[in-house]
Every structure is written in C-alpha cells, then in structure tokens.
Design a protein around this ligand. Structure first.
Ligand code: NDP
Length: 449
C-alpha cells in the first residue's frame, strides 16, 4: 500500500474513533479522500501541512435549544445546529434543513460536501450547513413563523454577510427564509440582505434562484452526455422528488426534448406513460402543498405506487435522483443497470449510497456526482449575494446565462482533473480533486489555522 493511502487510512481511523456515532460523515469522507490519493502522491505538501486532518474538523459547530409555542399555546422544544466547516475561500455558505432526521452527523456530512461544491462553483464561498429536527409538515403558517423567529434569535449571533450566509434546503423554502430574514433584521436593526439567500424577489432575492439547482443539473448532465455523443432529446428520464430541485429538473429536461415519466414524494411515486404534466405537479406541491398521490387522480395515464424506492425499477435511459440522501441503494442501482440506464445525475445531496456509485461506475454508467451536478443552487445564491452588495437586480436571462457558464466550467474542470489523475469518466474523482485543490491551497496560504 502507498504511503499516501496509509495517510488517508490513518486520518479515517482517527475520525471514526473520535466520532463513533457519525456513520454518514465517515462514509462521505472515506469516499472523498480515497479519490485524492493520486493528488497527495504528486503533492506531499498536503500531508506535511496536515490538510486532511484539518478538512474533517469543522471550524465551529453551534448547537442550541429552539423553544416555540404551537397554536394551542403549548411550549415545544426543538434542537438547532449550524456547522461552520471551512472558510478558506469565503464566508461559510450552505442551506438550513428542517426535517425530523436532522442530526449533527447529517449536517457534518452535508457541510463537508458543501465545501467541495462551493469551491467547484468558482465563486468565493466557504462551506457550512445547518438546520433543526423541526418538522414543518402539518404546521400552520403561524407555527412555522414562531419557530423560525425562535431559531433566528439564537442563530443571529453566528451569521452575517461576511461570516456565514445560510440558505434554504429540505423544509426551508421562501416562506421560512422570509420569516428568518424578518427576525434577523429586527434583532440587528440592519438591512443586511446578503445574510441569507433564497429571499423573496421583492426583498433582495435573485431571479432564477428557484430554478437554479434543477436547471443547473440538466446543464451539467447535458455536458456529460454531449461528451459521449449521446443526445438527450427523446430519451426517457426517471426523476424522484417533487420539491424544488425535482420540479425544475423536470422542466429543463422537458425543454431539452426528454420524456420524464416519474416523480415522487416521501409517500410514493407516480408513473405517467405519457410524460409528467408539470403544471399539475406544481399545482399539487407548490399551490396546494398536497401529496403526489393526487396526480394519479387527476391524470388517467398515470399510476400511483406506495413507497419511494420502486421509482428506480421504472425502465429509463437517464435517472435523476432529486429527493434526498441515500435514496438509491445498491439494490436500486442494480435494477437501473439491468434496465439499461446510461446516465445518472444527482440533483439531491448524496442520493446514491457509496456501493451504488461503485456499481454504476463499474458498469459503465456515466455518473454525475451531486457536489458538481447540483452546484447550480449555491452558485446562484452567491450571485444573489453579489446583486445585494451592488444594490442591483439582474434579469432572469443574465442570471441563467451565468448559471449555465458556471455549470459548463464545473463540468470542464471535473472532466479535466478526472483525466489528469484518474479515469477520464470518473467525475466523482474529478470533482473531489478540483474542489480539494482550491480549498487546500488557500488553507496553506493562510497558515496554520
Ligand atoms: P424540497 O423540500 O423542496 O423537496 C424534497 C422532495 O423530496 C419532496 O418531494 C419530498 O417529499 C421528497 N422527500 C423527502 N424525503 C424523502 C424520502 N425520505 N424519500 C423520498 N422522498 C423524500 O427539497 P429540495 O428539492 O430543495 O431538495 C432536494 C434535495 O436536493 C436535498 O437533498 C437537498 O439537500 C438537495 N439540494 C437542494 C438544493 C436547492 O437549491 N433546493 C441545492 C442543492 C441540493 P415530501 O413532500 O413528502 O416531503
């Protein structure tokens, strides 16, 4: 075994020993660091500067109590966190997630991924992630407002336009960002609009932010397919999720002439042989905040199936997981490959388990990893910060054009480093290496901090 593989293994062993409960974080770090061995071999300075040891230790983790009252006047208590992972290339930047599954383990793995992703975007943003185990489902607007106000009452001490700039993620959309911003402004008595991104358009939000992750995914996937001379037009696409990322991934895939046949939520999925009617999905999920099951009641060509994982047994050319982490198991990956899938593009964060990614790559499936393919959202968030600083708003077309250029560059750089250090089709390695080099060199330049 090489000296640098030993170095990686020793950092991983220490990480597991010091944080025995954080399995998702270990797995994510392991997958990323193993792809860096060729870079470490060519550049011994990273080992000498203990860059891997520093990469896995967040600069700061804040955990706090969030008390709020429900509509019956009863006191409820949730937990809040902010993981400030790495600020070598800019203020911490990453979403807030409100979901019962949120834990420090999940937030550390997401913040670690975010550090690479933000570096890949080419924009000056560091990595962070935060959230709460609060579940907004079934809560009234006023309950969500009171929760957000309480959450921000503590978070306000730790964020700022030059320190840490949160955004939305699962369970945190425009409504929640509005409430969070209102409370921040009230406490700080300052219109720091660049302190949160994903804001409403009438108070500093950017056009095309809503569409950015889904559109960006398709820009990246199309670059990957073009490189193999494979035309997306007319191809069958399976999408999971029906939230922000899924909706705009479906929209752009349809614009490119693909036929999207599924979407899902956490209860089940719909399969529409005629192709998904996005207006119906938007009406159910965005206007009525309903369940995807209702789609099949409104469209006769569609079937509804209980359970989410069945979506991966639908035959397709391209699969776009856009719901949540770990949604493609090894078993699901085997089904997709057996059904002839050519490409997988990750819209959600880490939706494929490590064994599934290995299986795709061993079976010649072109694989677009989340940290590169879904970087469109955070990229437009950074463009929102630029517009706030300039006190200007750019048109939809200007932002969309910049987004497209950013995604093209991410693809180009990941493909270049894949070719230089690994297998040319290994965009997982290519993306990790590109992000790592940028952050690691900035860390070295800033000394032992
Ligand atoms: P939303 O909350 O808008 O949508 C999430 C969707 O996934 C919903 O349809 C939800 O269904 C479904 N879902 C949630 N949990 C599960 C589960 N366990 N199994 C199956 N489906 C599930 O979130 P986003 O679309 O914003 O985010 C989706 C993913 O993309 C996340 O991994 C997020 O971290 C990632 N991401 C998001 C970005 C953004 O800009 N929004 C940027 C980069 C990454 P239900 O309605 O039942 O909850």
């Amino acid at each position: 075994m090489s000296e640098m593989q030993d170095y990686v293994d020793s950092v991983l062993a220490r990480l597991e020993k010091e944080n025995p409960e954080e399995k998702q974080f270990h797995n994510t770090v392991k997958k990323a660091f193993n792809t860096l061995v060729p870079v470490l071999e060519k550049n011994p300075k990273y080992k000498a500067e203990k860059i891997l040891e520093r990469f896995v230790e967040p600069e700061r983790v804040v955990m706090f109590r969030v008390p709020w009252t429900d509509d019956n006047g009863e006191l409820q208590i949730n937990r809040g966190w902010r993981v400030q992972m790495n600020s070598a290339i800019g203020p911490y930047k990453g979403g807030l997630r409100f979901h019962p599954s949120v834990s420090v383990d999940i937030l550390k793995f997401l913040a670690f991924e975010q550090t690479f992703k933000n570096a890949l975007s080419g924009l000056p943003i560091g990595g962070g992630k935060g959230g709460s185990d609060f579940d907004p489902h079934g809560k009234s607007d006023k309950e969500v407002m009171r929760f957000c106000q309480s959450f921000m009452t503590e978070l306000v001490r730790h964020i700022g336009p030059h320190t840490d700039v949160p955004a939305g993620d699962i369970g945190v959309g425009g409504r929640e960002i509005g409430y969070l911003f209102g409370q921040y402004k009230r406490i700080r008595d300052a219109y720091d609009d660049a302190v949160l991104t994903g804001k409403g358009l009438n108070f500093g939000g950017s056009l095309a932010r809503t569409e950015a992750t889904g559109y960006g995914l398709l820009y990246f996937v199309k670059d990957m397919l073009d490189a193999h001379g494979y035309d997306i037009k007319g191809k069958t696409v399976v999408v999971s999720g029906s939230g922000n990322v899924a909706t705009y991934a479906i929209e752009k895939a349809q614009e490119y002439g693909a036929k999207v046949v599924t979407c899902s939520d956490s209860n089940g999925y719909v399969y529409d042989t005629e192709g998904i009617d996005l207006d119906i999905v938007k009406d159910i999920k965005q206007v009525k905040r309903g369940r995807i099951k209702e789609y099949a009641e409104r469209k006769s060509s569609a079937e509804y199936h209980e359970g989410c994982s069945g979506v991966w047994s639908v035959k397709c050319d391209i699969a776009l997981p856009c719901a949540t982490q770990g949604e493609i198991s090894l078993e699901s990956a085997k089904k997709l490959v057996a059904n002839g899938v050519k490409a997988v593009g990750e819209g959600a964060n880490m939706p494929s388990v490590i064994e599934a990614i290995d299986y795709f790559q061993k079976n010649g499936v072109w694989f677009a990893p989340a940290k590169a393919a879904n970087a469109g959202g955070v990229s437009v968030s950074a463009l929102e910060m630029s517009q706030n600083s300039e006190r200007l708003s750019w048109t939809f077309e200007e932002v969309d054009k910049k987004l497209h250029d950013i995604m093209d560059n991410i693809y180009k750089n990941a493909a270049m480093n894949a070719k230089k250090y690994s297998d040319p089709d290994d965009l997982v390695a290519g993306a990790n290496i590109t992000g790592f080099l940028k952050v690691a060199d900035a860390m070295i330049a800033q000394g032992w901090v």
